[in-house]
Each structure stands twice: as structure tokens, then as C-alpha cells.
Design a protein around this ligand. Structure first.
Ligand SMILES: [Zn+2]
Ligand SMILES: [Zn+2]
Length: 324
């Protein structure tokens, strides 16, 4: 690293957070009844044991995983939540509809909750901070909680002014149902079970790792006040969203892999779309931003587990001191 760059130590919360979180509010619990369909959906792909798996169904699974992941990362995240580039109203609608087929609720619900995450990342008001509320809560629990089921339209006024987006947001079942039926028509039962349901379940958990694992394991390059981390593995699963510490550091950027070696297929797709004139005003991180606020100890660390080990070591030392 050039010596002219400022070298900072990471903020305390990243390394000292306890493994067992301070806890959640009384109204923050999983609704066991409404979660049943979500849980059952995880088992549906196993029915393919009865139907067999066709090549066409596997191809559908791959195409729908990549295509819908792009709609979530480029659309729900980098466009609707962060406005890191511009689209016309037609393409905005297409990306919103594509995102709804991933069965991650509506674009306005998704983006409004994500804006909330950035407002107080890993603070008490962060809906899905693993250090505040627990790992599984950050991964999936908060999505199954009644308290966060509604869209906070006040946080997404800029897009809530488009009636077609509000329509999609309120009828977020249309996309997944239409795609599920199309998969059945294209490749029969295995098309539905593997092409649609398996790719949907894989998409869920890959997307959720950005809220859970990307705040727990990985490398911190920039000094941010949260526990965000960069992970090549998560980036590979999520078309580039694993460079999460980069993203928390400079959220305005449509590019999350800040350097050429940081694999960011979502950005490559957006770049191609900009050459075609679909995407305008793609925002990227200026060199002075990329070079500033570096952490001196930006190496891989064990995240919450490392914090817990440090805490246990401190307790052990205290006990030894007391015994002495
Ligand atoms: Zn974000
Ligand atoms: Zn985050």
C-alpha cells in the first residue's frame, strides 16, 4: 500500500462484538404460522426424486438463478435502494418485475428495509444486524417477523410516486407465480421443482448471506462504523455483492468490486447495459475514495467468533488475576 494513504485502525465494534447479541425487542420474533409455507418450500425440490431431473430443468435452474440474482443485485439493491445509476420508466419497471420473480417480496419493501440497514448499520435500530440481534435473525429471522412485513413507504418516497411500482409491490406474488407456471410449461414437473423452486431457495440463501455472513466473516479494507466485510466467496454467489465492506464504505457506487480483481458481474452487466443506452449515469468510486480510510489490519478475521474468543481470553485473564 502506498505510504501516502492514511492508515486507520478498525472501529471497536467490528472486533469486540459478543457472539451472543444483546437481544431483540419483545415484538421481534418469528411468526411460526406464516413461516410454514416458506419452510415447506425448502423441501419441494426433493420431490424431484419422484419425477427425475431433466437437462432442461437444470439449465432453467442455472439461468433463473443468475438472471434473478442480477435483478436483485442490480435492481432491488443498486438501483432502488441506492440509486447508483439511472433508468427510464420502462426499464425501471422491467427490473422491478424481474426482481419480484425471485420471491423476495416487492421492490419498495426490499429497498426501504435496505435503506434502514444503512441508516444505522449494526446499531440498535438495524433490523438485521448479526451482532445486535443474532446470526440467524440477520440471515432469515427478521424476514419472517410480523413487525417488518409492511413497506415503509416514507423511506422510499422517490419510487413510491410511480403507481406501477406500488402495484408490483402490493402484488408481489404475480412474478413468482407467473414464473413458476412458465417453468412447468417449459420443462414439466422437474422444471417446476428444480428450475423454479430449487433456484428460488438457493437465491434466497445466497442473498441473505449478504446480511448475515458478510457482516461476520471476511476482510475489512475500509474503516466503517459497522461490521461489514469483503468476501470473494459471497461475491461469487451473489454476482458481486460480497464486497460488502467496500459497499458500506461508499454506497453511492454501482460498482462494488473496487479493483479489477474484485469479481463484480453485476457491474459488468450494468456496464454492457450502459453501452446499449439502457443504463445512464453509472456511478463508480473515485480513486481518492478508494485510497482513503484504509484499515491497517485489513486481513481476514473471524468476525463475531474472533470477538467472542477475545472476550473469553479477557475473562480468563481476569479470573487468573483474581486467583492470583
Ligand atoms: Zn446497500
Ligand atoms: Zn450491510
Amino acid at each position: 500500500m502506498p505510504s501516502s494513504l492514511p492508515v486507520l485502525d478498525p472501529p471497536e465494534p467490528a472486533d469486540t462484538a459478543p457472539l451472543r447479541p444483546p437481544g431483540r425487542a419483545a415484538d421481534e420474533k418469528v411468526n411460526r404460522v406464516t413461516s410454514i409455507p416458506f419452510i415447506l418450500l425448502h423441501f419441494l425440490p426433493f420431490l424431484a426424486i419422484l419425477t427425475g431431473v431433466s437437462v432442461r430443468a437444470v439449465a432453467l435452474c442455472v439461468v433463473l438463478y443468475v438472471g434473478r440474482m442480477f435483478c436483485i443485485t442490480a435492481g432491488f439493491h443498486r438501483y432502488f435502494a441506492h440509486r447508483s445509476y439511472r433508468l427510464n420508466r420502462f426499464w425501471q419497471f422491467m427490473l422491478a418485475f424481474g426482481g419480484t420473480t425471485a420471491a423476495q417480496k416487492g421492490p419498495l419493501w426490499w429497498a426501504a428495509h435496505h435503506r434502514n440497514h444503512h441508516r444505522d448499520s449494526d446499531g440498535p435500530n438495524d433490523v438485521h444486524s448479526p451482532t445486535q440481534k443474532g446470526f440467524w435473525w440477520s440471515h432469515v429471522g427478521w424476514i419472517l417477523c410480523e413487525k417488518y412485513a409492511e413497506t415503509d413507504y416514507g423511506r422510499i418516497r422517490d419510487f413510491a410516486k410511480y403507481p406501477e411500482l406500488v402495484f408490483l409491490n402490493k402484488r408481489d406474488w404475480i412474478g413468482p407465480w407467473a414464473l413458476g407456471i412458465a417453468c412447468y410449461l417449459i420443462a414439466g414437473w422437474s422444471g417446476l421443482l428444480i428450475g423454479f423452486f430449487l433456484s428460488t431457495v438457493l437465491l434466497w440463501h445466497a442473498t441473505f448471506t449478504v446480511n448475515s455472513l458478510a457482516h461476520v466473516f471476511g476482510r475489512r479494507r475500509y474503516a466503517t462504523t459497522d461490521t461489514s466485510r469483503n468476501s470473494a466467496v459471497i461475491a461469487a454467489m451473489t454476482l458481486g455483492e460480497g464486497w460488502h465492506n467496500n459497499h458500506h464504505y461508499y454506497q453511492a457506487s454501482a460498482r462494488q468490486g473496487f479493483f479489477w480483481w474484485e469479481f463484480d458481474p453485476t457491474f459488468y452487466g450494468l456496464k454492457v447495459a450502459s453501452w446499449l443506452g439502457i443504463v445512464k449515469g453509472l456511478r463508480t468510486p473515485p480513486a481518492r475514495i478508494r485510497g482513503a480510510n484504509r484499515i491497517s489490519r485489513g486481513t481476514f478475521d473471524g468476525g463475531m467468533a474472533a470477538g467472542e474468543l477475545a472476550r473469553l481470553a479477557r475473562l480468563g485473564q481476569r479470573d487468573l488475576a483474581l486467583e492470583g
